[in-house]
Design a binder for this molecule. Structure first.
Ligand SMILES: *Cc1c(COP(=O)(O)O)cnc(C)c1O
Length: 408
């Protein structure tokens, strides 16, 4: 397959791809759950612990200064990654879920009142449903859901019909983890702003496939996880517009997020530290920069083009399998291939593929309402990253034929 990337060289950057699983070389197609990490990221993590492990911001010794500089460097790198206007708008979190909860529990609790409406979509991950349900239950707000068509695309007319002057918040997924759909988020944001609502985008999937420009999108909040962009687990960022972050109360209380503490009253630190109580995940924040540098060295457009060619190849191939139905056929989609096979349970498919060393995800993918929309309990999902190959897809197809022979 022609592309601008040296896939063999790229594969060598990921030591885990050499693993033998059930006697076969690993084929890793569970990238929408988490991507593998290149050696530069692994080295950045161990390099911190081996050479300059120290707590940040408060120390005056050499190691603390070095760790602080690397930590803040990562923040600037993430600012650049999202084209955010300032580093103060980049809050370190534990991941996408944590960032969404932060916004619901601070912005939501302060600014939403009884009878206000929150809009999400039918294809949300549980992490962009439950925090809003918790908020709505507490405040007496109403949760509304944008429906989708059978291809897995949002019905934009229905979205417009849901928007009223009572709409205070819209929180939607940029790219669906179950379907691969890329949503028209710029239009969603523009329409929400027309009625005065704020918008959060769940960028967990989008950030590894698309270039993100929060100024161009004009989103109010953007939440993502680094572990889906070749970075470490347990860290992510929340972008928020400065005037909103400044107006929001803090989330967690503790060290670092304060300016001055007395037993009578505490004053809070400035952005972004106001939202970063306690010792953060220093090693992984530092390593995040190396993940983004790695992605930029390859070039996101090159990665996206290659992944799209893998998706196309795999889509053609699975369509030859009798009784197989693809779930998620949006015109705009990323390299996520979800499917069901007549008469064969997705879990059995997953187990039999695993026996052949092929890692896919099966089940509801943390989107139970979406599965209900399609009248299924789950799918088998193969999701592709830059280190995957058509030869690996051939193994998946062979594997599926074997599944059909054994269970079909
Ligand atoms: C993975 C994912 C999340 C949750 O991310 P965490 O890293 O588990 O917090 C949310 N939304 C989507 C679309 C995802 O793919």
């Amino acid at each position: 397959m022609s592309n601008n990337l040296d896939i063999t060289a790229i594969r060598n950057d990921f030591p885990i791809l050499e693993e033998i699983v059930n006697g076969k070389q690993l084929v890793y197609f569970d990238n929408a759950a988490t991507t593998q990490k290149p050696k530069v990221v692994l080295d950045a993590i161990s390099g911190y612990y081996e050479h300059y492990n120290a707590n940040i911001h408060r120390g005056i010794h050499q190691l603390a200064e070095k760790a602080t500089a690397a930590f803040e460097d990562s923040r600037k790198r993430l600012q650049q990654f999202l084209n955010a206007p300032s580093f103060e708008e980049i809050i370190f979190t534990y991941g996408t879920t944590d960032g969404i909860n932060l916004v619901a529990q601070t912005y939501g609790r302060k600014f939403l009142k009884e009878g206000d409406e929150v809009i999400i979509s039918a294809m949300e991950h549980h992490s962009n449903i439950v925090p809003w349900q918790m908020l709505c239950e507490e405040k007496g707000c109403i949760l509304k859901v944008i429906p989708i068509n059978d291809d897995g695309e949002l019905l934009m007319d229905e979205y417009e019909a849901l928007l009223t002057e009572r709409t205070k918040f819209v929180s939607v997924v940029h790219v669906s983890n179950s379907l691969g759909t890329i949503n028209p988020v710029k239009e969603i944001i523009r329409k929400a702003h027309e009625v005065g609502a704020k918008v959060l985008l769940d960028g967990a999937q989008a950030s590894s496939h698309l270039s993100i420009d929060v100024q161009d999108l004009d989103c109010d909040f953007y939440s993502l996880s680094l572990h889906k962009i070749y970075g470490p687990t347990g860290m992510g960022i929340l972008f928020g517009k400065k005037e909103l972050l400044n107006a929001m109360p803090p989330y967690r209380g503790g060290g670092e997020m304060i300016k001055e503490v007395t037993f009578e009253k505490t004053t809070y630190n400035e952005l972004p530290y106001k939202f970063e109580a306690g010792t953060p995940n220093i090693a992984d924040v530092i390593a995040a920069k190396y993940a983004l540098d790695y992605v930029d060295t390859l070039g996101k457009p090159n990665i996206a083009a290659y992944e799209n060619s893998l998706l196309e190849y795999a889509t053609q191939a699975v369509m030859e399998i009798e009784g197989l139905k693809i779930i998620g056929k949006a015109k705009e989609k990323v390299s996520v291939l979800s499917f069901v096979i007549d008469g064969i349970h997705h879990q059995d498919t997953g187990v039999l593929l695993d026996q052949q060393g092929i890692a896919v995800r099966t089940g509801h993918h943390c989107t139970q309402p979406l599965m209900r929309r399609f009248n299924i309990t789950g799918t088998t999902r193969a999701s592709f990253a830059v280190y995957n190959t058509t030869a690996e897809i051939d193994r998946l197809i062979q594997g599926l034929h074997k599944v059909k022979k054994m269970l079909g």
